[in-house]
Ligand binder design. Structure first.
Ligand SMILES: Nc1nc(=O)c2c([nH]1)NC[C@@H]1CN(c3ccc(C(=O)N[C@@H](CCC(=O)O)C(=O)O)cc3)C=[N+]21
Length: 371
């Protein structure tokens, strides 16, 4: 397809839903929010994760130089759009809050989410705090267990068993990564699949991979990526999609979701021979590798839509924290070539948390048969 027509068609699609307003009946919905004014494009309810990152601070920058960048600019810059995950997540939280109050009024039940945090990684503590805040903001009751780094696997399993049996808990999240002395598979398998709001249980992933089967939950981060594409009116069916990264929590389920949406999907990974060439074919690009600024302008097809899952800390003495967050995609360069991109921060991260809330609501509705 000629790159300029691609850019035009995408920009049209984007602007046809420029308000991305939660009340727009033409906006496709991922969230099963009561089925009143909403209609849904998919039948499953996921959440997506990001590869667990080390707390290392990387330094890598990208400067805008390739000459073709200038040529590509002319065709796409005018229609370039930032995909605002922070704002979209807020809209989704508002929708969820409304549903939860309807549920509370109707059957006197509020959804409950249990989070288990082992160890004292600073980044994990931050996410857990953010999840709690998000729960509070929509009316989900949160339960939290914090265990020391030295806790035994049995202790974690005991808490999971307790939450599995507790009818006021509808979702259980074990914050990853776990300390290295624990068997992650064993721990994740212990979460009953009806409460697996992370969507990490092999049975949920297996169903996601099979045609004609439906997972109970879709992993939050990939779900958030697809939700952004839907809410911004980006067509997926028949498009070429490339996912960079093949992690269990992001890359792999993202590729499965795109395929379920009728995209033609390639997965690029560390052993791929010609990653740049393959990536340049993508109408839709999801980058989930955890390498700061890895995807350069020359990797991007003019007019492509980019979802940047990476949240990488890079040293920055100007910033009060001593670091700032950058994505896997060189935003500077991409913004001159792509038709739309998610920023970091404020892109996929907030959506991940919104999808966790969505999955928790879905779980509570399902167990109480609340429509
Ligand atoms: N069982 C499990 N489920 C998870 O969902 C899970 C996990 N383990 N382990 C760690 C990763 C990471 N993760 C993030 C969620 C939101 C932001 C987020 O909202 N980030 C903000 C920036 C926050 C900041 O400024 O530090 C943003 O991108 O705008 C980031 C990271 C969920 N994870």
């Amino acid at each position: 397809m000629a790159s300029s027509s691609m850019a035009t068609s995408i920009s049209k699609a984007l602007f046809s839903d420029s308000s991305i307003s939660s009340s727009s009946p033409s906006t496709p919905r991922l969230l099963p929010l009561g089925g009143r004014q909403f209609h849904f494009n998919h039948k499953f309810n996921p959440i997506l994760l990001r590869p667990s990152r080390s707390s290392d601070v990387f330094t890598r920058t990208c400067d805008t130089s390739p000459s073709f960048v200038a040529a590509a600019m002319a065709t796409t810059e005018a229609s370039f759009k930032v995909i605002d995950g922070k704002q979209t997540a807020k809209e989704i939280r508002d929708e969820i809050a409304e549903e939860i109050s309807r549920m509370k009024d109707g059957i006197g039940v509020v959804p409950g989410l249990a989070v288990i945090l082992v160890g004292d990684r600073k980044d994990s503590a931050t996410y857990v705090r953010n999840k709690k805040k998000a729960c509070d903001s929509v009316g989900i009751k949160s339960y939290e267990v914090r265990l020391p780094e030295t806790a035994s696997e049995e202790e974690v399993l005991k808490h999971i068993a307790g939450f599995n049996d507790d009818p006021s808990v509808h979702g259980i999240l074990v914050q990853l990564p776990l300390p290295s002395h624990m068997n992650e598979q064993k721990v994740l398998n212990a979460v009953c699949i009806e409460k697996d709001v992370d969507g990490f249980h092999p049975l949920n992933i297996g169903r996601l991979a099979m045609r004609g089967r439906e997972p109970l939950f879709v992993p939050c981060t990939p779900k958030g990526c697809i939700e952004l594409l839907h809410r911004y009116g980006v067509p997926i069916k028949g498009k070429r999609a490339v996912v960079i990264g093949r992690s269990n929590i992001v890359g792999m389920p993202a590729a499965l979701l795109l395929q379920r949406e009728d995209a033609t999907v390639s997965v690029v990974h560390s052993r791929t021979k010609n990653p740049e060439e393959i990536t340049r074919e993508a109408d839709i690009l999801i980058a989930a590798v955890g390498q700061p600024n890895m995807v350069r302008g020359s990797w991007i097809k003019p007019g492509a839509v980019i979802i940047d899952v990476g949240i990488n800390p890079v040293e920055d003495s100007e910033s009060p924290r001593g670091y700032r967050l950058v994505g896997d995609v060189c935003y500077e360069e991409a913004s001159k070539i792509a038709s739309a991109i998610t920023p970091v921060p404020g892109g996929v991260g907030p959506m991940t948390i919104a999808m966790l809330l969505s999955n928790t609501l879905t779980s509570a509705k399902r167990v109480h048969n609340f429509k």
